[in-house]
Design a protein around this ligand. Structure first.
Ligand code: SAM
Length: 268
């Protein structure tokens, strides 16, 4: 069958196209689109998720960077439903503006995507910047990244990504996907994860930039004690006033501890 998708996969754009039907179905089931939902897909590629979602839901907005995919995506989408294709870099898309323009009755969008793995963290942080406009997110990522996102204190993979995401979202790993489900097959296992942004009233971080700075410094030198790693950001008195031990290491501190410290640095 000529699908119109003739270009070979581009490694520099993280193109590993999903072909395993069972996996695609599981992702669509996990997303479970309901009438009125506004779906926004990052990186539709050759439409592995886009077309089944379109068939089920009738309408989707998708953001694709690769110009060679735009015309075939538009052409193939026509038989399934309405595709609003944003041609460009997802990191340049203002999700808050998009939700205000096209969102559901509460002004929100639902983000989905099998992400380009080379851009996973920037895309996650970009989405966090717009968390209030996002009802939920379902992403396929490297399994190891999903483990980092969901990790808790004491785990070797607990770090900046875990703390930043968990301060703003509930993170739920859903299932693992083996390399053979993709063409070309990536070298690593993948996993699907659900992120549920917390409602504004449940977010305890008072200042995003201060919080981000504390977490970055604490994990910047993760073998050091908090007292040393936070040198210039928070002194031992502040660390202890936040209920933390100045000789603890970042990987032992729970998310709420970083939040208390960042809030305390802001003063009364
Ligand atoms: N969703 C398709 C699938 O499951 O088969 C493709 C997934 S592939 C892992 C990632 C997709 O993201 C590719 O189509 C790639 O071109 C696209 N992409 C890469 N960088 C991007 C960017 N900065 N903005 C938007 N899309 C991007």
């Amino acid at each position: 069958m000529n699908t119109g998708f003739t270009e070979p996969a581009k490694k520099h754009l993280g193109q590993n196209f999903l072909h395993e039907k069972g996996v695609i179905e599981k992702i669509v089931q996990a997303i479970d689109p309901r009438p009125g939902d506004v779906l926004v897909e990052i990186g539709p590629g050759q439409g592995a998720l886009t077309f089944p979602l379109l068939k089920r839901h009738g309408e989707i907005t998708a953001i694709e960077f690769d110009r060679d995919l735009h015309a075939p995506l538009q052409a193939a989408a026509r038989e399934h439903g309405t595709l609003h294709l944003i041609e460009g870099d997802v990191l340049g898309v203002d999700f808050t503006a998009l939700a205000a323009q096209r969102g559901d009755t509460s002004g929100q969008i639902r983000l989905v995507g099998n992400l380009p793995y080379n851009l996973s963290s920037p895309i996650l942080f970009h989405a966090l910047d717009h968390a209030a406009a996002i009802r939920d997110m379902h992403f396929m990522l490297q399994k190891e990244v999903v483990e980092r996102m969901a990790a808790g204190p004491g785990s070797k993979v607990y770090g900046r990504l875990s703390v930043m995401l968990q301060a703003y979202c509930a993170v739920t790993p859903l299932f693992v996907v083996p390399p053979g489900a993709f063409r070309p097959a990536p070298k690593v296992d993948s996993a699907v994860v659900r992120l549920l942004p917390k409602p504004a009233e449940r977010i305890e971080v008072r200042d995003r930039a201060v919080f981000a700075n504390v977490v970055r410094a604490a994990f910047g030198q993760r073998r050091k004690t908090l007292r040393n790693a936070l040198n210039g950001v928070a002194d031992a008195a502040a660390i202890e006033a936040a209920g933390l031990r100045a000789d603890a290491r970042a990987e032992q501190v729970e998310v709420a501890g970083f939040v208390r410290l960042a809030n305390l640095l802001l003063g009364a």
